[in-house]
Design a binder for this molecule. Structure first.
Ligand SMILES: [Zn+2]
Length: 104
C-alpha cells in the first residue's frame, strides 16, 4: 500500500505531466539549480528549485513549503531521470560501437 507521502508524490507527478511543467537548468547540464514557470497560480512567476547536499530536490513554491512535495519537484525528478537515461544510452551506444569496431 502507498504511504500518504507516496500518494502525495504520485498526485504531484500526475499534475506535473498533465500540466506539462517545464524545468530549466540554471547553469548547464550539471546544474544543481533550476527554474520552473508558474502556470496557474501566478502566471509569469518563476519558482526556484535546487538540489541539496544529499541531492534531495527542493522548491520555493507555497505547496512545497507546506507539504514538502509539489509538481515542480516531481517534474524536476523526471527531468533528472530523463537526462540520466540519455547519458546512459549515449555511453551504452559508444560502448557497443567500440565492441563492434573490435570485430573488424
Ligand atoms: Zn514547487
Amino acid at each position: 500500500m502507498a504511504t500518504p507521502r507516496e500518494a502525495l508524490e504520485t498526485r504531484a507527478r500526475q499534475r506535473a505531466i498533465d500540466q506539462d511543467v517545464s524545468i530549466f537548468p540554471l547553469a548547464g547540464r550539471n546544474s544543481r539549480e533550476f527554474l520552473s514557470q508558474s502556470v496557474y497560480s501566478e502566471p509569469g512567476a518563476y519558482w526556484q528549485l535546487w538540489l541539496d547536499d544529499t541531492s534531495q530536490p527542493h522548491c520555493n513554491c507555497p505547496g512545497f513549503t507546506k507539504r514538502q512535495s509539489c509538481k515542480h519537484v516531481e517534474a524536476l525528478k523526471m527531468h533528472l531521470y530523463e537526462a540520466h537515461n540519455r547519458e546512459e544510452s549515449k555511453s551504452k551506444r559508444a560502448a557497443s560501437i567500440a565492441s563492434l569496431m573490435e570485430l573488424f
